[in-house]
Design a protein around this ligand. Structure first.
Ligand code: HEM
Length: 394
């Protein structure tokens, strides 16, 4: 029998965490899990409240960079990421990145995604689950690496470094993985520095756009710009792979959805957007209280940590009626898995565009993409829900 997960961190990689999330929605709006030493918030309205509370920050005041990487290159990169900062290290850089990303032509992104979907399928010979996993992870990095201005021959190495680098963001990593993450950070810093030097001549690249917007908002810290270019790729890497993987899982588990979608590009886009709500690749995030504050009528103290269960909020009936139904068409779909408020994800449209093309490619392909041929578990993670398909022939 499949036991329900014991807590919201174990829920992330559980085969079906949604009944458990439903039970969280019925608990008090904010409650303390003494074992995890975390306050737990899962209702949409409470999560909205936390996202706009100025006393809740993305890192604990006492540990801006995790101790395990503080003295390494990975720590240097981490310390500059807008994702991990508030105030001056966040505000202007966020505007620059947001404007540069939203200036991209999504039909061009889709075109590049189509090209790499085919090229990578040929390279990895996607005939079994293991190759499918590699394809899912490589595709988003190749597309965003290409948008940033890397040449096609540099992309395979970039994907390998990224696989190592993201380990520094996970508390589950061991010493060897953290050391590899730091080596990857060194290599990435070097290759992004080269890219920055050549960026001004490649006027259409995302890197050039970011440099342009950075100048306009007065963001002139080149090391921070460099770190955040790496950050864009690391934010892309696992989450977009998870979105594609969870779309595949939905097609395998909801045959009627697959039938309804067919190969219609518009419907495939709706599929991706509903999966982002229904089975989001980012299931939770955290906030840290930096001075006494009240949330959902509970007083929290400086040093308290809160787990925001985004995947439960997206299934809160107060936010989305009939939340457990998978509906391609929803009026005012409310998705929490890309965050909200000032730290909301600026890459949502790009991620959905890449995932849409990935699904178009798979649904149009000749692959035997069926429930009998594919099995999956989930990667061990405290916040990312990413299926790992098994090696059966597909
Ligand atoms: C399916 C794919 C993705 C998901 C589910 C996702 C999810 C998220 C979430 C939940 C946050 C906010 C975290 C928080 O507030 O605690 C975030 C922030 C961010 N994401 Fe994404 N993301 C995805 C893809 C991307 C892509 C493709 C890019 C860039 C090209 C990107 C760039 C960023 C950046 C820069 C931030 C930090 C924003 C800030 O702190 O102001 N993401 N993402």
């Amino acid at each position: 029998m499949n036991m329900p997960p014991k807590n919201p961190l174990l829920a992330v990689s559980h085969s079906d965490p949604y009944p458990y999330y439903q039970s969280l929605l019925e608990k008090p709006a904010l409650f303390f899990d003494a074992e995890l030493k975390l306050w737990i918030a899962s209702r949409a309205v409470v999560i909205e409240e936390i996202f706009v509370n100025p006393d809740c920050t993305v890192r604990p005041g006492t540990e801006p960079v995790p101790k395990s990487i503080a003295a390494s290159s990975a720590g240097e990169v981490f310390s500059c990421l807008i994702r991990m900062n508030e105030g001056y290290k966040h505000e202007r850089p966020k505007i620059a990145l947001h404007l540069a990303l939203s200036s991209l032509d999504l039909s061009d992104t889709a075109e590049r995604s189509r090209y790499f979907a085919g090229a990578l399928a040929n390279k990895h010979l996607v005939t079994d689950g293991a190759a499918l996993n590699t394809w899912i992870f490589d595709l988003p990095v190749y597309v965003v690496g290409d948008l940033l201005g890397f040449s096609e021959k540099e992309l395979p190495q970039l994907a390998l470094w990224m696989a190592d680098f993201v380990r520094c963001l996970s508390p589950l990593s061991n010493e060897a993985q953290l050391a590899a993450a730091s080596n990857a950070a060194d290599a990435l810093l070097q290759s992004f520095r080269q890219l920055l030097l050549s960026a001004p001549v490649q006027n259409a690249s995302l890197t050039s756009r970011i440099l342009h917007e950075a100048k306009l908002v007065g963001w002139d810290n080149l090391d921070a710009i460099l770190a955040n270019l790496i950050g864009l790729l690391s934010q892309t890497y696992e989450a977009t792979a998870g979105l594609i993987g969870n779309c595949i899982v939905t097609c395998l588990t909801h045959q009627h959805v697959r039938g309804e979608v067919g190969t219609d590009a518009g419907k495939i886009n709706s599929l991706v957007e509903e999966v982002a709500r229904f089975d989001s690749p980012v299931q939770n995030t955290r906030r840290f209280v930096n001075q006494t504050t009240r949330i959902a009528e509970v007083e929290l103290q400086a040093g308290d940590a809160i787990l925001l269960v985004l995947a439960a909020a997206s299934r809160d009936p107060q936010a989305n009626p009939a939340p457990n139904d998978f509906l391609l068409e929803r009026t005012e779909r409310r998705v929490f898995g890309f965050g909200r408020g000032k730290h909301a994800c600026p890459g949502q449209k790009i991620a959905c565009s890449i995932a849409t093309v990935a699904m178009e490619y798979l649904l149009e392909s000749e692959l035997n993409f069926s429930r009998d041929a594919l099995e999956w578990t989930y990667r061990p993670s405290l916040n990312g829900r990413i299926p790992v398909f098994s090696n059966q022939r597909i």
